[in-house]
Design a protein. Structure first.
Length: 263
């Protein structure tokens, strides 16, 4: 089995085009592939808070450092998915958001907003790899979430707006999509292209920074030219709730949100 996104990231890193990448997986099923492949790629000394009946408020970066000044990292993985769906065992991503059955547009967009805000405070990617799943759609045969066509387009808008605000390029990969009407799946995927055009229309292409690598004395790799953005990365203007970090041994387990009630 070949993971196209993982291969693309590693190739771009090998070719010196990027140093750090963030995956944003919005398929209805958890991004277990990227979570397993990139496990341990990012380490933080303080875990992000979990969510449950009582929201914990923890300071994510007690030293007050910008993402670019924290220890070098490789790939940061975010997954927004239905809790009660495949796979049964979900390997931890950098941030996992386990959503309850039937969640609608407003709540979904709020959790995505929170996950992006939290991730981008901790990590400064050179590229966002966005997996634009069509299966959170409420008419999907293999999903159990409740997003509308318009809600899915707003999801795409949100990812693209956040990326544009920070000057981060986005690579989009289609994912999922098993609607009862094939036309709906086509519409969802087409709307992703429309959303990208609406957000990025008129943007100048950002020059590719020089990110050549050389071997360090310890056998690792270090950048010749350093981070093109340095410590000037702006704070994310979006909301401020985090979920769970994968790497700390003290990382709290993620408690699922309450199950949606059937009417």
């Amino acid at each position: 089995m070949i993971h196209d996104v993982a291969i693309a990231i590693r190739r771009l890193q090998k070719d010196g085009k990027i140093r750090r990448a963030m995956t944003v997986d919005c398929d209805v099923h958890q991004g277990n592939g990227t979570a397993a492949i990139f496990a341990g790629a990012v380490e933080f000394s303080v875990p992000l808070p979990s969510f449950g009946p009582v929201m914990q408020v923890l300071q994510e970066n007690p030293a007050g450092e910008s993402p670019a000044s924290t220890p070098a990292a490789d790939v940061f993985t975010i997954s927004l998915h239905q809790q009660n769906n495949y796979p049964e065992w979900k390997p931890p991503s950098s941030i996992d958001v386990n959503l309850p059955d039937g969640i609608g547009d407003e709540q979904y967009l709020a959790w995505l907003d929170n996950a992006l805000s939290s991730g981008l405070r901790q990590f400064a990617p050179d590229l966002i790899c966005y997996l634009a799943g069509a299966d959170p759609y409420r008419e999907d045969q293999l999903g159990g979430l409740g997003l509308t066509l318009e809600g899915l387009k707003q999801r795409d808008h949100l990812v693209f707006r956040v990326a544009r605000a920070r000057g981060i390029p986005v690579m989009v990969t289609y994912a999922g999509g098993y609607a009862r009407r094939v036309e709906d799946t086509v519409t969802i995927h087409a709307n992703t292209v429309v959303a990208a055009r609406e957000i990025f229309a008129g943007c100048r292409r950002r020059p590719v920074p020089d990110m050549s690598f050389r071997a360090s004395a310890t056998g690792g790799s270090s950048p010749e030219a350093g981070d093109a953005r340095g410590s000037s990365v702006s704070r994310n203007p979006y909301s401020d709730i985090a979920v769970a970090n994968r790497d700390s041994s003290t990382r709290p387990r993620i408690a699922p949100l309450p199950r949606a009630r059937s009417e």
